[in-house]
Write a protein that binds this ligand. Structure first.
Ligand SMILES: *Cc1c(COP(=O)(O)O)cnc(C)c1O
Length: 409
């Protein structure tokens, strides 16, 4: 960072402060992670200087012999890790990847089935404020109000009634295993394309710690920067028959030059994700998440679906004096980072919803285990149960400092 300090001390200082913040707090945001130094190096490499519009061996610029090798390696590694027939590694991020699939396989105005945002689905699964919801006639499925779990029967009924072109599965705030096979079977019955968005759980899927939607699902999208622990970016994996339309929609349909430095770093992350160490990491994410859930429940905290099968959990704040926004702020005062989130059938507005979402991928990367997760669960419960008690806040601030100090050594 020596050059940066000299040329732009302001940005340099802010980056340093951000690095300190990341070190001095407990990151329980389930969509975040810490990339390895190897991934960082590839990301900061000279590959950022290169224009490579097109695909390997069919570029619009000269000088791409090494870039082609890099992109082909990224494709090959993703194919092997996820058992995909075809992979596109160029999407700039998860949101454009999803939009590209919709535009490649449906026409604006066509019907698509997706999970409602307030029930765990992603903004790009058809929410009205998102381009997905504006361009297409999205029908949204919800979870069962009693069990708070995906209601596969409702998906089938909606599919029979609306005959969608695509059925989207996958979620951003759902703590349980998703039965991708069942959703694919429903898609086949109504002759829809099945699409699974595994952005949150890609690392768990890659290591068989969550059932994979591959190879049977028609199209699978994922971000690379969540449990997969790579740089920001996305993959689209699909059956051969959809490859040409999807590739053409990414380029030249939606994007120009691919971010080859990101693609190089994605290749590195995919290599890391295929090691026994990552396998162990992935299992530990779930063990930690379940230890955290148990510790919270022991202190009387209510969880959506009463627990978790994956890397995340949702606290139901309805019995508490504070709601999502205040809880997020309160925990931040103790340097515990979480995010406010709606819960199914939320009586509150999305600006101050009845839940907070917590996850263990980042802390697990830092080496935290069940013992620390139990302690962290107790601290969070104490804060949520005594939100206006200054003494409790001071006590928990000290406890968090201590956990981080022990762990940093
Ligand atoms: C994070 C996420 C996305 C979007 O990814 P961005 O890279 O933020 O655009 C899409 N779908 C799901 C399910 C996600 O969790």
């Amino acid at each position: 960072m020596n050059n940066l300090q000299k040329i732009d001390p302001k940005i340099s200082q802010l980056i340093q402060k951000e690095a300190e913040r990341q070190k001095r707090g407990l990151n329980l945001i389930p969509s975040e992670n810490f990339v390895s130094p190897a991934v960082s190096e590839a990301l900061a490499s000279v590959c950022t200087n290169k224009y490579a519009e097109g695909y390997p061996d069919q570029r619009y610029y000269s000088g791409n012999q090494y870039i082609d090798e890099i992109e082909k390696l990224a494709q090959k590694r993703a194919q092997k890790l996820f058992r995909a027939e075809h992979v596109n590694v160029q999407p700039y991020s998860g949101s454009p990847a999803n939009l590209a699939v919709y535009l490649a396989l449906a026409q604006p105005g066509d019907t698509i089935l997706g999970m409602s945002l307030t029930h765990g689905g992603h903004l790009t699964h058809g929410h009205q404020v998102n381009l997905s919801g504006k361009l297409f006639n999205f029908i949204q499925y919800k979870v069962n109000p009693q069990t708070q779990r995906i209601n596969y029967q409702e998906i089938e009924e909606l599919a029979q009634k609306h005959r969608p072109r695509i059925i989207v599965s996958g979620a951003t705030a759902y703590p349980r295993i998703i039965n991708f096979e069942k959703i694919h079977q429903i898609s086949q019955k109504v002759k829809a394309v099945s699409m699974a968005d595994i952005s949150h759980i890609a690392g768990l899927v890659a290591t068989q710690n969550h059932p994979s939607p591959l190879p049977f699902t028609d199209v699978v999208t994922t971000t690379t920067h969540k449990t997969l622990r790579g740089p920001r970016g996305a993959l689209i994996m699909c059956k051969k028959q959809y490859a040409t339309s999807i590739d053409r929609m990414i380029f030249p349909g939606m994007q120009g030059g691919p971010h080859e430095n990101n693609i190089a770093a994605i290749a590195v992350a995919l290599q890391e994700a295929s090691t026994p160490a990552f396998q162990k990491y992935s299992r530990q994410i779930i063990k930690n998440s379940q230890a955290l859930a148990q510790a919270l429940q022991k202190q009387g905290i209510k969880l959506v679906t009463n627990g978790t099968d994956n890397h995340l959990l949702l606290i139901d704040l309805r019995p508490h004096q504070i709601k999502g926004k205040e809880a997020e702020n309160l925990l931040e005062k103790a340097k515990i980072y979480v995010n406010k989130n709606t819960i199914p059938y939320d009586p509150q507005s999305p600006l101050n919803p009845s839940g907070v979402r917590l996850g263990t991928p980042a802390l697990t990367t830092q080496g935290f285990r069940e013992k620390e997760m139990k302690k962290i669960g107790e601290i969070i419960a104490l804060l949520l149960n005594h939100p206006f008690d200054q003494k409790v806040l001071e006590k928990t601030q000290k406890q968090v400092k201590k956990i981080i100090k022990i762990h940093a050594s």
